[in-house]
Design a protein around this ligand. Structure first.
Ligand code: GLC
Length: 604
């Protein structure tokens, strides 16, 4: 429901069309090339340049051509003028049909003057406080017996409150301006946002690329603001890049592998020094640091280095579960898809049961594990994965609150990874992979362990960090993943948006409000870092990029959703009653009966 609704909205007539793309997608194995008389479509350093360049190009018109992809993986093509003029014409019609020219649009978005944060017109969602916003505030007041965002007694209309509002709004304005400035253009159309726009950094590495996963919060922010073009273009290009034939060393990944990122390169046009062409250059991991990209893109797991996440990490399970739900939504209920739908349902039931039942941990379960017998043999075994109680780490005894619980990071025979993975837990709430009770318990734990998980900047990517010998062995002494840094217990502001969706879904938005308020104290002053270090997130991360786009977009999505909680509907999956029933009947079934279920060919 959620994904389908958003997808249809983006891909269908509810958003303005740019016809230029149609011919290119009549065959996804085809690739296309754009030749423009001037180099115009790459992102520029200054806003003014961008406006100027885009305007100039639009006047000249674009020339598109569909052509076969070369073996080097770069789009090539020769101009077919008649057809191209046609498409240019259609593009212009699409723009003028809305009564706003691209030139106007750029002026609105970027402003006329460079280097000045331009307040972007607010989303109708936020600028007109609607019933939903009113409802949240009312609800918070009722629940907390009078409440303000900073936790102080309500002083509506005081100077202090007004000042705080102004400050929060100016951070939001700055964020919109920075987000617009991170937009990447291809064929004069917005196709994504670069990972970081950090001009102070001497080495850009691959942060000047459009990362598939990093674009998600940007895309949602744009959707919530009613800007669909960039999201549609991004989806179409990503889809097209998936069909790329690629070889890494001797290995050819299967069709459908998503790139981790892509870059728009502007290269001189063969045989014409005065002209350039834009090419889309995807990275499937062959250029990525540590060749980690396939892990990045396989379900967009947040933790991408050697952090001991092999096997069945929760993050991948939760994202995979969401992907299956989305796939099921998108399949038309017709005879030809019956088998697929059946297979999807089988997999959903099996995965859902496995995670809810075996990954869940709270005080009661922990005590049960503490008293486990090992080396059991029988269908009635209680300790099904032969977990040795000595594996319970000492930190967990302190960490586990009496009220609350969470899904552990990973589970394999004889091994439980007890780390708390934030994205996996939040996404289990959002996708209803966790039961309703479990979802509330996860939020209870986040509240109870606020100082450990949020402290001075939301939100730790995982808890706790691997330290000393464990860090040496598991990370291979990775200098970027030192304890409480980066993927090893670092704090990532982008996770604000998932925290917000999860808390809105569970009708507990006050959790997200508190986190946003914490972030607002320093995120803009600190220049929107990628991540923070130390146990309390006190330092900007050692190697953290500044002006990291998904930190900016994550904050914006959180703000937009808190202002209009009902908009979060497009992102959540309500509990599927059939899956919930299947789970309860499996739980209440006898061990023998459980064995019977196994025979039904559920694969996890
Ligand atoms: C870093 C982050 C990763 C992100 C990428 C681009 O590698 O760890 O999560 O996708 O940068 O921003």
């Amino acid at each position: 429901m959620a994904s389908l609704e958003a997808f249809v909205q983006v891909m269908s007539g509810t958003s303005p069309s740019i016809y230029c793309f149609n011919p290119c997608f009549s065959n996804v194995n085809r690739v296309f090339s754009v030749q423009s008389a001037v180099n115009n479509v790459r992102r520029r350093s200054s806003v003014a340049e961008k406006v100027h360049s885009n305007t100039r190009t639009l006047r000249k018109g674009l020339r598109f051509n569909a052509a076969e992809g070369g073996s080097d993986g770069v789009f090539h093509g020769k101009t077919g003028v008649n057809r191209l003029e046609n498409m240019t014409c259609k593009c212009q019609q699409a723009e003028s049909g809305r009564g706003v020219t691209a030139e106007d649009k750029n002026r609105i978005l970027f402003g006329d003057e460079p280097n000045r944060p331009i307040p972007v017109p607010h989303n109708p969602i936020t600028s007109s406080p609607d019933i939903d916003e009113f409802k949240v505030v009312q609800q918070l007041k009722n629940e907390n017996g009078g409440f303000t965002l900073n936790g102080k007694p309500p002083t509506a209309g005081t100077v202090q409150e007004k000042l705080e509002n102004v400050r929060a709004n100016s951070i939001e304005d700055e964020a919109w301006s920075l987000l617009q400035d991170s937009v990447v253009y291809y064929c004069n159309n917005p196709v994504g946002t670069i990972a970081a726009n950090d001009s102070s950094s001497t080495s850009v590495l691959n942060y000047d690329q459009v990362f598939i996963r990093d674009f998600i919060p940007s895309g949602i922010a744009f959707l919530l603001k009613g800007e669909y073009d960039i999201v549609r273009n991004f989806i179409l290009h990503t889809l097209q890049l998936q069909s790329w034939e690629k070889t890494m060393d001797c290995y050819s990944p299967g069709q459908g592998l998503m790139p981790a990122s892509f870059k728009v390169r502007t290269v001189p046009l063969d045989g014409d020094d005065s002209a350039t062409e834009d090419v889309l250059d995807p990275d499937f991991g062959e250029a990525a640091i540590g060749r980690v990209a396939p892990v990045d893109s396989d379900g967009s797991c947040m933790i991408d280095r050697r952090m001991g996440i092999h096997g069945h990490p929760l993050e991948i399970q939760a994202l995979f579960y969401s992907a299956l739900l989305s796939a099921r939504e998108m399949l038309a209920p017709e005879d030809a898809s019956a088998d697929l739908i059946q297979a999807l349902n089988n997999r959903l039931v099996a995965l859902s049961f496995h995670i809810k039942e075996y990954y869940w941990i709270d005080m009661r379960k922990l005590n049960e594990i503490y008293r486990y017998k090992t080396e059991e043999y029988s269908y009635d075994a209680v300790n099904k994965f032969n977990i040795y109680p000595d594996q319970i780490p000492s930190w967990l005894v302190q960490f586990m609150p009496s009220k609350g619980g969470y899904l552990i990071g990973n589970l394999q025979p004889a091994h439980m990874d007890f780390r708390f993975f934030s994205l996996g837990n939040l996404w289990s709430i959002v996708s209803s992979l966790a039961t309703l009770d479990q979802s509330h318990a996860i939020l209870d734990l986040i509240e109870a362990k606020w100082d450990e998980l949020v402290a001075d900047m939301p939100l730790k990517i995982c808890y706790p960090a691997l330290e000393e010998q464990e860090w040496r062995i598991i990370t291979g002494s990775d200098p970027k993943n030192t304890p409480w840094s980066y993927h090893n217990g670092g704090s990532w502001p982008t996770l604000l948006w998932q925290l917000t969706v999860a808390s809105i879904k569970m009708n507990r938005p006050e959790i997200a409000l508190k986190a946003v308020e914490t972030a607002e104290k320093r995120i803009s002053r600190d220049k929107w870092p990628e991540y923070y270090d130390t146990k309390r997130a006190r330092f900007i991360g050692k190697q953290s990029r500044l002006f990291q786009t998904w930190s900016i977009a994550g904050y914006l999505v959180a703000k937009l959703l808190l202002a209009n909680p009902s908009a979060a509907k497009i992102l959540v999956n309500e509990e599927d009653s059939e899956l919930a029933n299947a789970f309860s009947s499996m739980i209440s079934a006898s061990p023998r009966r459980k064995r019977g279920w196994k025979k039904k060919s559920f694969i996890v």
